[in-house]
Ligand binder design. Sequence first.
Ligand SMILES: *Cc1c(COP(=O)(O)O)cnc(C)c1O
Length: 339
Amino acid sequence: MNTIDWKNLPFGYFKTDYNVRCFFRNNEWGQLEISSSEYVNIHMAATALHYGQEAFEGLKAFRGKDGKVRIFRLEENAKRMQNSAFGIMMAHIPTELFREAVLKAVKMNERYIPPYGEGASLYIRPVLFGSGPQVGVKPASEYLFIVFVGPVGPYFKEGFNPVSIQIVRDFDRAAPLGTGCYKVGGNYAASLRAGERAHDEGFASVLFLDAKEKKYIDEAGPANFFGIKDNKYITPSSNSILPSITNMSLRKLAEDIGLTVEQRHVSVEELADFEEVGACGTAAVISPIKRIQDRDTKEEYLYCKDGKAGPVSTKLYNMLRAIQEGEVEDKYNWNTIVE
Ligand SMILES: *Cc1c(COP(=O)(O)O)cnc(C)c1O
């Protein structure tokens, strides 16, 4: 067990000792249960399997230089899961239950929390789904909430390295008034074909446009998009974007270093004006983007001309990591310390 190669962990599933579960039945949540099984036994007519009643979250715990373990923005993830549950008519998870389940899952698997300084962290994956049977199209009356964890390496094996992405118009991730703003599995299913094709064509990810007019930038696959120009941090606003907690945090840090934050429509043409662009999310914090190719017109937008991430992206990335790893004061109280 002391043989985990922390430096070479991928971003993927890693079996740990325990997970935490809770059933919602007869209109109430039961007791938190601790399980050492990786499997669930559910009804074959569960609504998660037939009608896509499923939502998830992703957050991380970090071991700091001082040895303390910090979980980043747990309450925001709880809120977002509540919103996703509302959006697809699943049982509401009280913030206290979410917190208790996450803390228990982290503590029970303490030995899998990577040491400080390896660039690795403990990824926490809460998942909520309709486990009760239904064949008519209706919400389930039984739900299962599970939290499992696993150590993950830095998203980019070579470190903070710029990637290429591809604008597509022949796929949409979410409809304008659909479920794009909820963290539900269905949006991911809808994005897989475009994502795999982008990989095959040599790109790290897809850049989706707004589904209605195909004029504005929506999201960079499973990450939010931002651009930097004229001392401004600019990120798209749209009903079909998943509100990234990393993006929310970067907006705050951007203001702290004197940037103006704009959340508004960002047209494809505006890509030509940005000094830096990036994708943001829990997995990588920031993926700097060096090249965006329009799959239809073949137009290219190039950044990071010296091969490195831009100065503003680098600064924001370092600021966020320093808070997560307890190297600077957590002045907004973003961390939950695991006692
Ligand atoms: C989870 C997710 C993100 C990133 O959100 P974070 O809270 O920053 O991890 C962005 N886009 C989509 C579609 C997501 O599912």
